[in-house]
Write a protein that binds this ligand. Structure first.
Ligand SMILES: [Zn+2]
Length: 307
């Protein structure tokens, strides 16, 4: 090697060493966060989450930024959730809609949510997605969250092969139709012991129950004013409200929803999806709201799919 070439090689080595040392030095002095911001590097989602105190704003920003609106924090995967355990001052509430997509009522509910700039969580039945793919697509296109509610909506006890089929075929058709990979599961009728919830948990789904009901699936269906009252009188921070956009004629739910939204807004509530609710809980340190699940297994006892 000639002196010139040796000199060039040495210079390159020195430059590399100096660059590494400088970067390390700056990192130690500033910390990675400041360095990243100086270099214009976006922090990872979890890193950013821990920095933010404004839980609602940050959760929403995170989801819109990284388009992960269907993801839930890891600590909730494989668990059963009845409601968000939030500080009493954290006035957020999650509206959920089961048994769709249905051709008429789902579209009406989407319109109401859009008008109020609210996102909800829709637990879809696999065969309904098969019958009404355009409605399912619209739910996803509107930015709503989609969960898995089995293919047949059966309450009976089933072995693991059947349970896996119910859940996996539904996950597949939701993904093929909307591009959404579901992470949430709601057992039909809220039954946790017929094999479905166990399989869902084994697949790291978060099993989502509810803490209050509108009563829209009771037989006979309550009056609109009763549905509104049911939700408003039990509203509390972190509540998960059960409603239906399918499984029968849901015109009363459609009529009640604007009043429910207005009433909750008047009480100071903001609306979040289930993943947002769980993200907020994950970020909170003081968990003071006791769990008080509504132990009703009568989501819609006589529900039949008439299609
Ligand atoms: Zn259902």
């Amino acid at each position: 090697m000639s002196n010139d070439k040796l000199s060039v090689s040495l210079r390159l080595v020195v430059i590399t060493l100096v660059t590494c040392a400088t970067t390390l030095g700056i990192t130690l002095v500033l910390g990675t966060t400041k360095l990243n911001s100086l270099l214009g590097i976006q922090p990872l989602r979890s890193e950013k989450a821990s920095q933010d105190k404004e839980t609602i704003g940050s959760a929403q920003a995170i989801f819109s930024t990284v388009n992960q609106r269907n993801q839930v924090p890891k600590k909730f995967q494989g668990t059963v959730v009845y409601q968000g355990k939030l500080k009493p001052t954290e006035k957020v509430i999650a509206l959920t809609f089961d048994d769709g997509p249905s051709p008429k009522n789902t579209a009406q509910i989407l319109e109401i949510l859009q008008k109020n700039n609210i996102k909800g969580t829709f637990f879809m039945i696999g065969q309904m997605v098969k019958y009404f793919p355009q409605v399912a697509k619209q739910v996803a296109a509107d930015g709503e969250v989609i969960g898995n509610h089995t293919w047949h909506h059966s309450y009976r006890h089933m072995d693991i092969v059947t349970a896996a089929h119910e859940i996996n075929t539904t996950a597949d058709i939701i993904y093929q139709t909307t591009g959404v990979k579901t992470t949430l599961f709601r057992p039909p009728g809220g039954f946790l012991n017929n094999g479905l919830a166990d399989y869902a948990k084994s697949q790291k789904y978060t099993v989502i129950m509810w803490s209050e009901v509108s009563g829209d699936a009771e037989r006979p269906s309550p009056q609109v004013s009763k549905m509104v009252k049911n939700v408003l009188k039990n509203a509390k921070p972190g509540a998960i409200v059960l409603m239906h956009d399918g499984g029968g004629n849901r015109s009363r739910t459609v009529q009640a929803l604007p009043q429910i939204i207005d009433g909750l807004k008047a009480q100071g509530y903001k609306f979040v999806t289930i993943p947002e609710l769980l993200e907020i809980q994950a970020q909170e340190k003081n968990l003071v709201t006791p769990v008080s699940p509504v132990l009703t297994n009568h989501e819609h006892p006589n529900n039949q799919l008439h299609r």
